[in-house]
Write a protein that binds this ligand. Structure first.
Ligand code: C2E
Ligand code: MG
Ligand code: MG
Length: 724
C-alpha cells in the first residue's frame, strides 16, 4: 500500500515479528504510517524504494545488524537527513555509544512502554522537520543575499579578528576562504579617498557603540570602482563595552549607476551633454549666493541661433542635431571651464543656449565674451560635406544691476536677446529696462507660430459670398484664424510674419486641404455645391509644384475643381508673368477658379487682366466702405463693375456692411457680395448650420433683394412719368 503523503512514514526495522507488530500498531494508532522490514538488508531496500521521514532500527539483528544498516543508509540518497532511532537492549551502554558512532540520531531502550516510544518518535519527526525548515530558510537567505550581493561579517573585538562570508569577501575584493582576517586586510581595497571616513566610523562604533550606516567605494582588481553600502552594530558585554561588531556589506554598484543615469537625465541635455535648465539654475543660484557674500559680479548670456530652423528644414534633423552639438562645443571653448567656479554653458531647449559667467570684473568683460561667441558661431559648420552658416543673437544681463535672482536675470537677458532679433540679428546687446516690449512680443509670436501647425492651432472660418438677388450662398471664403494662448489671433497679425519666415507655404497647403475637405463634405451632405475660396500669397503661388499641390488636394478630397477658387492679389500677377501664366494654365486645366483679391488697390491694368485667364474680380473693401457717401468711390466701383462686364469677368464686392451699400452695388450691376451685412466669417460648424438653415427655410429675408430692382425700376419709371 502506498503511504498517504499527509502522514509521516516510519520505517520500522526489527527481526522479531512480534515486537514489530506491537510497535507498528502503536505507531499507527498515533497517526503514523509504518513500513516494516525484518532485516538490515530489507531495510536498505525499503529505504531506497521510498524515503521515510524517520527510521526505527533494532540494534541487534542476525546478518546485517542495526549499526551496519544505520551506517549504510546514511550514505543513501537523502540518508544523511533522516532521523534514526536505534532500539537497544536494557542498559547496554556499549550499544548506545556504537549507535551514535554509526550515525543514529537517538536511542531508545526496548521495553513495553509503547506510548513513550510513540512520543519519542513524534519528537524526532518534529525536530527533523524543524531542521529541514531551518535549512531551507537558510538556503533561501543565502540565495537572497547572493542576489542582493549582500554579505555579512563579524568583528570579534577581544581577538581583533574578522570573519566574513564569501559574498562579503568578494565585495571587498578578497578570494574565497574561511580564514579569519584583520580589519586592515578586509579594508585593504577601500578607496583611499573614502578610507578615513570609514575608519573614523569604525572607531566610533568600537568606543561609543554608535551604529554605522554609510557608503564608500572599493577599487576592484581591474581598477573599476564598486560602491558598497555598509551597516554595522556593536554587541556589548555585561559591562556595556562593545565586544562584538556585527555588520553587513552590500554591493550597490548597479543602483549607483542607475542613480547616476537618472541624475544625468534630470540634469543634462541628452543631445549635447550640456547642463539643462534645472542644473543651470542650480549652479546659477549657487553662484549668486557666493557673489552676494563677496560683493561679486556675474553675467548671464542668452544665446539664440539665427538661422537654425532653416538647416533643420532643408537638411534634416540629424544635420540640425550635429550643428547643435558643434555649437555646444564652440560655446564651451569661449568660456573658462574646469574648477568649481567655472563658467557654465547650458542648453535650454531648441536652439537656445545660456552662459553664466562667474567672474566678471567689469561689464565690458562679459561683452567681450559675447563678441567671442558671435565670432565663433559665425564660422562655417561643416555638415555632410556642406558648409553651413548660422549666426547668433546674444542678450546680456548683469548681476546685481539687472536682477538679483536667476529668474529675473534670465528673463532680462532673454529680453535683450529678443531686441537683437528684432533689430536684425547676429549681434549682442545688454539689457536695458526700457527695452521695447513690442520687439519681444513679436519675437515670441514668431517662435510660437512655428508650432501652430503641429499643435493644431490653426482654424478656418468661412464667410458666405451671397447672391444678393436670391440670398443664396454659391460660395464661401476661407479665412484663417490662429488659436494662440486662449486668443483668436486675426490673420493681419500673423500672416505677415508667416509670409516673412516662409511658414505661409505650409500654412497655405494646410488651408487648401482643410477647405477642400470641408467643401467636399458639404457636397456629400447635400448642402452644396458651395465653392470655397482660399487666399494664396504670391510667394506660394509662384513656387514650383503649386499646381501639383492643388491636384493632390483635389484628388485626396474628391472635390471637383470648379468648387475651388484661389484668391491672389493683383500685384502678384505682374511679378513673374512667365511663371504665373504656366501656373494659371495648370489650374485652369483642372477647372480651378481664379479670383483677384483686393482689386483696385494695386496695379489695376486692363492689359494683363486680358492676358490671364481670370474668373473673378473682388472689389476691395475700401471702395465699398463709403460707396454711398463718397462719390469718388462710387465712380471707381462703377468703373470696375463695368470693366468686369466688358471682360466677361464675374465681380464680387467685399466688405459690404449696410443695406444701402447692397442696394447701390446692385444698381451698379454687382450681384455677388460678401460682408458683415450678410454674415461675419463663421466657424465650420456654424457655417454648416447656416447652409442647413438656408436649405430648409430659404435665405433670411434681409438677404433677398430681388424685389429691389423691380421697385427701383418702378420708382424711376414713375419719376420719368412725372418729369415727362
Ligand atoms: P481678404 O482676403 O481681403 O479677406 C477679407 C477680410 O475682410 C477678412 O478679414 C474678413 O473678415 C474681412 N471682412 C469681411 N467682411 C467685412 C465687413 O463687412 N467689414 C469689415 N470691416 N471687414 C470685413 P480677415 O479674416 O481678418 O482677413 C484679413 C486678411 O488676411 C485677408 O484679407 C487675407 O488677405 C488674409 N488672410 C486671411 N486668411 C488667409 C489665409 O488663409 N491665407 C492667406 N495667405 N491670407 C489670409
Ligand atoms: Mg481674400
Ligand atoms: Mg480682400
Amino acid at each position: 500500500m502506498q503511504p498517504s503523503p499527509a502522514t509521516d512514514l516510519v520505517l520500522l526495522v526489527d527481526d522479531d515479528p512480534v515486537a514489530r507488530m506491537l510497535t507498528a500498531s502503536v505507531l499507527t494508532q498515533n497517526g503514523m504510517t509504518v513500513r516494516e522490514a525484518g532485516s538490515g538488508s530489507e531495510a536498505l531496500a525499503a529505504f531506497r524504494e521510498h524515503l521515510p521521514d524517520c527510521v526505527l532500527l533494532d540494534a541487534l539483528m542476525p546478518g546485517m545488524d542495526g549499526f551496519a544498516a544505520c551506517e549504510a543508509l546514511r550514505h543513501l540518497p537523502g540518508g544523511s537527513q533522516v532521523p534514526v532511532l536505534m532500539l537497544t537492549g536494557l542498559e547496554d551502554e556499549e550499544s548506545i555509544a556504537r549507535a551514535y558512532e554509526a550515525g543514529a540520531t537517538d536511542f531508545f531502550v526496548k521495553s513495553s512502554q509503547w506510548t513513550l516510544l510513540a512520543q519519542r518518535t513524534r519528537y524526532l519527526l518534529r525536530a527533523s522537520r524543524m531542521r529541514q525548515e531551518l535549512e531551507q530558510s537558510r538556503a533561501t537567505l543565502a540565495k537572497a543575499q547572493r542576489i542582493a550581493r549582500l554579505g555579512t561579517w563579524e568583528w570579534n573585538l577581544p581577538s581583533d579578528r574578522v570573519s566574513a562570508c564569501g559574498i562579503c569577501r568578494a565585495i571587498f575584493g578578497l578570494p574565497p576562504s574561511s580564514e579569519l582576517l584583520t580589519t586592515e586586510k578586509l579594508l585593504y581595497r577601500v578607496d583611499p579617498a573614502d578610507f578615513p571616513r570609514l575608519r573614523d566610523a569604525l572607531m566610533r562604533l568600537k568606543s561609543g557603540a554608535i551604529p554605522i550606516n554609510m557608503e564608500f567605494r572599493v577599487r576592484g582588481e581591474q581598477g573599476q570602482n564598486y560602491h558598497v553600502h555598509l551597516e554595522a552594530e556593536a554587541e556589548c558585554d555585561s559591562a556595556g563595552r562593545a565586544a562584538l561588531i556585527v555588520g553587513t556589506a552590500q554591493d550597490i554598484t548597479q543602483r549607483k549607476l542607475a542613480e547616476e543615469q537618472i541624475k544625468a537625465l534630470a540634469n543634462y541635455d541628452n543631445l549635447t551633454g550640456l547642463p539643462n535648465r534645472r542644473l543651470f539654475s542650480e549652479r546659477f543660484n549657487a553662484a549668486i549666493e557666493v557673489a552676494r557674500l563677496h560683493s561679486g559680479r556675474l553675467a548671464a548670456l542668452f544665446v539664440d541661433l539665427d538661422r537654425f530652423k532653416q538647416i533643420n528644414d532643408t537638411q534634416g534633423h540629424s544635420a540640425g542635431d550635429s550643428v547643435l552639438c558643434e555649437v555646444a562645443e564652440r560655446l564651451n571653448r569661449c568660456v573658462r571651464g574646469g574648477n568649481d567656479e567655472a563658467d557654465v554653458v547650458a542648453r535650454l531647449g531648441g536652439d537656445e543656449f545660456v552662459v553664466l559667467l562667474t567672474q566678471v570684473a567689469e561689464p565690458q568683460q562679459a561683452h567681450r565674451v559675447a563678441e567671442r561667441i558671435l565670432v565663433a558661431l559665425r564660422k562655417p559648420f561643416n555638415i555632410n560635406g556642406h558648409e553651413n552658416f548660422i549666426s547668433a543673437s546674444v542678450g546680456l544681463a548683469h548681476y546685481p544691476e539687472d536682477g538679483l535672482d536667476v529668474d529675473s536675470l534670465l528673463r532680462n537677458a532673454d529680453a535683450a536677446m529678443y531686441s537683437v532679433k528684432a533689430q536684425g540679428r547676429n549681434d549682442v546687446r545688454a539689457y536695458r529696462p526700457e527695452l521695447n516690449l513690442a520687439d519681444r512680443q513679436r519675437w515670441e509670436m514668431e517662435r510660437d507660430l512655428h508650432k501652430a501647425l503641429e499643435r493644431e492651432e490653426l482654424e478656418l472660418h468661412y464667410q458666405p459670398q451671397v447672391d444678393a438677388r436670391t440670398g443664396l450662398i454659391p460660395g464661401v471664403e476661407a479665412l484663417m484664424r490662429w488659436n494662440h494662448n486662449g486668443r483668436t489671433v486675426p490673420p493681419n497679425e500673423f500672416i505677415p510674419i508667416a509670409e516673412e519666415n516662409g511658414l505661409i507655404v505650409p500654412f497655405g497647403e494646410w488651408a487648401l486641404d482643410a477647405s477642400a475637405r470641408q467643401a467636399s463634405a458639404w457636397l456629400r451632405q447635400g448642402l452644396g455645391p458651395v465653392r470655397v475660396s482660399v487666399n494664396i500669397p504670391g510667394s506660394h503661388f509662384q513656387k514650383p509644384g503649386f499646381v501639383e499641390l492643388v491636384r493632390r488636394v483635389l484628388e485626396r478630397t474628391g472635390l471637383p475643381g470648379h468648387l475651388l477658387e484661389i484668391e491672389i492679389t493683383e500685384t502678384m500677377l505682374v511679378q513673374d508673368i512667365a511663371t504665373t501664366l504656366v501656373t494659371l494654365k495648370g489650374l485652369q486645366e483642372m477647372n480651378v477658379r481664379m479670383s483677384i483679391d483686393d482689386f483696385g488697390t494695386g496695379y489695376s491694368s486692363l492689359s494683363y487682366l486680358q492676358r490671364f485667364d481670370i474668373d473673378q474680380l473682388k472689389i476691395d473693401r475700401s471702395f465699398v466702405t463709403d460707396i454711398d457717401t463718397d462719390g469718388g468711390n462710387d465712380t471707381i466701383t462703377a468703373a470696375i463693375i463695368a470693366m468686369a462686364a466688358a471682360l466677361k469677368l464675374e465681380v464680387i464686392a467685399e466688405g459690404v456692411e449696410t443695406r444701402e451699400q447692397v442696394q447701390l452695388l446692385q444698381r451698379r450691376g454687382c450681384q455677388m457680395m460678401q460682408g458683415y451685412y450678410f454674415s461675419r466669417p463663421l466657424a465650420a460648424a456654424k457655417m454648416t448650420a447656416l447652409l442647413v438653415e438656408v436649405l430648409k427655410n430659404g435665405p433670411p429675408m434681409a438677404w433677398r433683394f430681388s424685389d429691389v430692382g423691380k421697385v427701383l425700376t418702378l420708382v424711376s419709371g414713375l419719376r420719368l412719368a412725372s418729369n415727362g
